[in-house]
Design a protein around this ligand. Structure first.
Ligand SMILES: C=CC1=C(C)c2cc3[nH]c(cc4nc(cc5[nH]c(cc1n2)c(C)c5CCC(=O)O)C(CCC(=O)O)=C4C)c(C)c3C=C
Ligand SMILES: [Fe+2]
Length: 387
C-alpha cells in the first residue's frame, strides 16, 4: 500500500478570546448551520449574529481558561492514534481538519497533497452523523475534491458515523462506571445523556439521521454498561429562536429533580473531547440548575479524549476502512438517504432537491411581490385588473 493518511475532522474552537468573533462568523456563514432561502443573506446575517453573540460567548470561554481546548485535545488524539496504528503495523500520517477554525480542513488537505498521500481515511470525530457537523465537512471536502485534480488521484474512504463501534461503546461504559462508583449510593443513580441539539426541522424536514443515531447510541451504551439504572436523553446548547430537539437539558434536569432524583450522572454523548459545552455549559450552568432544583450529587462523566480503549477503537475503524472497499463522499450522502444538504446539489432537471429549493425561492419572491402590491396598491396584478 502507498502512503497512508488519516484525516480527523472536527468543528474547531477559538484558541483565544480575540478568535471568538471570527470563529462565530465562520460558523454562522455555513449554510449547513443556518439554512436560509437566500444565499446572499448568509454573510450579512453571520456577521450580525456573530457580533451580537461575541460578548456572551467570550465570557463563557473566559470561564474555561480563555479559549477552547479542542485543538490541543484533537492533536493529542491524532498522536495517540498514530502510535496505536504503528503498533498494529500500519504507518500513517495523521491530519487534523477543523471546519471553522485552525487548523482548517483546507490546510490539512494542502498538507495531504504536499505529502503525496495515496490512500486516505476520512474519520469524523463525531460518533453520530448530522448535516450540521460531519455533513458540513463532507460538503466542503466534496467541493475541494471537485476543484483539485491532484486530490482526485487519492484513493479515499469516508467513515460516515461509528457510534456502534464496540470499543467506543466499551470506553463510554467504562467512564460511566467509574463515575457511578464514586457516588455514595450508585444503585440510586439516574444516568442523564446530554447530546448537542440541532433544530427540529433538520430531523423532520431535512431528514437528518442525527436524532435516531443518538437514541440508538444511548441504548447501546446502556446495554454495554449493563446496570439496571433509569436513564434519560436530553439535548443541550440550543441557539436562536427556532425549536430544537426536545427535551432540553435544563428542563429535563429540573423535571427529574422534581420527581425526586437526587443522584445524577451526566454523560456528554455527542462529543469525544472536552470543550465549551462540557466544561462550561454542563459543569457550570447545568450543575447550578441541578443544585438549585434539589439534586444532591451531580457528577459529569469526562469526555473520551485520549482514553486508550477509545483510541484503539479509532485505530480499528481506520484499519477496517483501509481493508474494506472505499466509500466516497457522495456515497455517504446517499447512505444517509433522505438527507437534504444545503445549499443544494448541482442543478439537474426533474423533481430534485434543487428544483424543490428553487420552487421555494420563486414562491417566496412571489409572496413578497404580492405583499408589496397589497401595501402600495401598485403592481402587475393591478395592471391586469386582478387586484
Ligand atoms: C455533535 C456535535 C455538534 C452539533 C450537532 C452541533 C450543532 C450546532 N452547533 C451550533 C452552534 C454552535 N456550536 C458551537 C460550538 C461547538 N459545537 C460543537 C459541536 C456540535 N455542534 C463543538 C465541538 C463546538 C466547539 C466548542 C469549543 O470548545 O469551542 C458554538 C460556539 C460556542 C458558543 O458560542 O456557544 C455555536 C454558536 C448550531 C447552530 C448547530 C446546529 C445547527
Ligand atoms: Fe455546536
Amino acid at each position: 500500500m502507498g502512503r497512508v493518511g488519516v484525516l480527523l475532522l472536527n468543528l474547531g474552537g477559538p484558541d483565544k478570546l480575540e478568535d471568538v468573533q471570527p470563529f462565530l462568523f465562520n460558523l454562522f456563514s455555513d449554510p449547513e448551520i443556518i439554512r436560509l432561502p437566500f444565499r446572499w443573506l448568509q454573510k450579512p446575517l453571520a456577521w450580525f449574529i456573530s457580533t451580537r453573540r461575541t460578548q456572551t460567548s467570550q465570557e463563557n470561554y473566559r470561564k474555561i481558561g480563555g479559549g477552547s481546548p479542542l485543538r490541543q485535545i484533537t492533536e493529542a488524539q491524532g498522536e495517540a492514534l498514530k502510535a496505536q496504528l504503528a503498533e498494529v503495523g500500519e504507518q500513517a500520517n495523521i491530519y487534523v481538519g477543523m471546519r471553522y477554525w485552525h487548523p482548517y480542513t483546507e490546510e490539512a488537505i494542502a498538507q495531504i497533497v504536499a505529502d503525496k498521500i495515496e490512500k486516505l481515511v476520512v474519520l469524523p470525530l463525531y460518533p453520530q452523523f448530522s448535516i450540521s457537523t460531519s455533513g458540513s465537512s463532507y460538503r466542503l471536502l466534496e467541493q475541494l475534491w471537485r476543484e483539485n485534480p491532484k486530490l482526485q488521484q487519492i484513493e479515499y474512504s469516508v467513515i460516515a458515523s461509528w457510534y456502534k463501534q464496540p470499543g467506543y461503546l466499551q470506553a463510554m461504559a467504562e467512564l460511566i462506571r467509574q463515575e457511578l462508583d464514586q457516588l455514595p449510593n450508585p444503585d440510586e443513580a439516574h444516568i442523564f445523556f446530554s447530546a448537542h441539539g440541532v433544530p427540529k426541522s433538520y430531523v423532520e424536514e431535512a431528514g437528518d439521521p442525527y436524532q435516531q443515531e443518538i437514541e440508538e447510541c444511548t441504548h447501546l451504551i446502556m446495554q454495554t454498561l449493563n446496570r439496571p439504572l433509569p436513564h434519560t436523553l436530553a439535548y443541550q446548547s440550543r441557539v436562536g429562536p427556532v425549536e430544537w430537539l426536545q427535551p432540553y437539558t435544563e428542563q429535563a434536569i429540573q423535571d427529574l429533580a422534581h420527581q425526586g432524583v437526587k443522584n445524577l450522572v451526566v454523560v456528554p454523548v455527542s462529543f469525544v473531547s472536552e470543550h465549551i459545552e462540557t466544561l462550561e455549559e454542563i459543569d457550570i450552568e447545568y450543575r447550578e440548575v441541578a443544585e438549585e432544583a434539589g439534586i444532591e450529587n451531580f457528577r459529569r462523566v469526562p469526555a473520551l479524549n485520549v482514553h486508550p480503549v477509545f483510541i484503539k477503537a479509532l485505530a480499528d475503524l481506520t484499519v477496517d476502512a483501509l481493508k474494506s472497499p472505499s466509500i466516497s463522499l457522495s456515497q455517504v450522502n446517499q447512505m444517509k438517504k433522505k438527507v437534504k444538504m444545503y445549499p443544494q446539489e448541482r442543478w439537474e432537471w426533474g423533481i430534485t432537491t434543487s428544483a424543490e429549493v428553487w420552487n421555494g425561492r420563486v414562491a417566496m419572491l412571489g409572496f413578497i411581490a404580492l405583499m408589496i402590491e397589497i401595501l402600495t396598491g401598485h403592481g402587475l396584478l393591478h395592471a391586469v385588473g386582478l387586484l
